[in-house]
Ligand binder design. Structure first.
Ligand code: GRF
Length: 231
């Protein structure tokens, strides 16, 4: 079961500690930072971690006075050794929740299992459709009418963990992978913020391989409405 950051029935909200893993641009990280700064997400980002020293996400962290760290995977003998080293540093941040937001590495199964229910990932497709990379191209090639993004608990199965929530967008007649990616990204940001809000307030947890919301197993993922809230 995930450690809830705040009890839903607690009168005194406890600030949830979030660590973010990112390999690139960091626009999802920025969406979290902006929501926290605006007072709409009761959380604190306690560290940003990367496998790429040049990741713009690290600069966003520095601009927000948040500790940022990159480790070079090439400096480690094995992929597992790198994962252990990076997650040791993540653990030092005492994060309650670890968010993979554009983190482009597979994480070792043992490392994931040791933090079961505490790692979530945002993926640009309506899972279980279009796992892996180039999801927008995959969606166009499949000719689907609808595409979107999912936030899911991370398990050792690539993009295969229980899906918490989704945001949907239409695929338009003249879409390219780029225009579709832009439309999806615009929905990823509120999707991630709303999901983290529910996680931070203890409403969502992983139990017996299923997402539980307010202690009830979720039959289908939460859906982000036009008002950027879950219906
Ligand atoms: C997003 O599309 C996310 O869903 C995927 O990688 C991209 C990261 O974008 N996992 P950003 O770095 O948050 O801007």
């Amino acid at each position: 079961m995930a450690r809830a950051c705040a009890s839903a029935d607690s009168a005194i909200p406890v600030t949830c500690r979030i660590a973010v893993l990112a390999s690139g641009r960091g626009s999802n990280l920025q969406a979290l930072l902006d929501a926290i700064a605006a007072g709409t997400l009761p959380a604190r980002i306690v560290g940003v971690f990367s496998d790429k020293a040049q990741a713009p996400a690290l600069q966003r962290a520095c601009d927000a006075d948040i500790p940022a760290l990159a480790l070079d995977p090439n400096a480690f003998d094995t992929r597992v050794a790198f994962d252990h080293a990076l997650f040791e540093r993540v653990d030092e941040s005492e994060a309650d929740i670890i968010v993979c937001a554009g983190y482009l590495r597979l994480i070792d199964a043992g490392v994931v299992d040791a933090r079961r229910g505490r790692i979530v990932n945002i993926h640009p497709s309506l899972l279980p459709a279009f796992k892996g990379l180039r999801t927008h191209r995959q969606a166009l090639a499949a000719g689907v009418a609808e595409h979107g993004a999912s936030v899911h608990f991370v398990t050792p199965d690539l993009d295969g963990g229980p899906v918490i929530a989704q945001a949907r967008v239409p695929v338009l007649a003249h879409d390219s992978a780029e225009t579709l990616a832009q439309r999806v990204l615009a929905r990823e940001h509120p999707l991630l913020v709303e999901t983290l809000h529910w996680l931070a307030t203890g409403r969502i947890a992983l139990a017996e391989d299923a997402v539980h919301v307010d202690d009830m197993a979720l039959a289908t993922p939460l859906q982000l409405g036009a008002n950027n809230r879950f219906a």
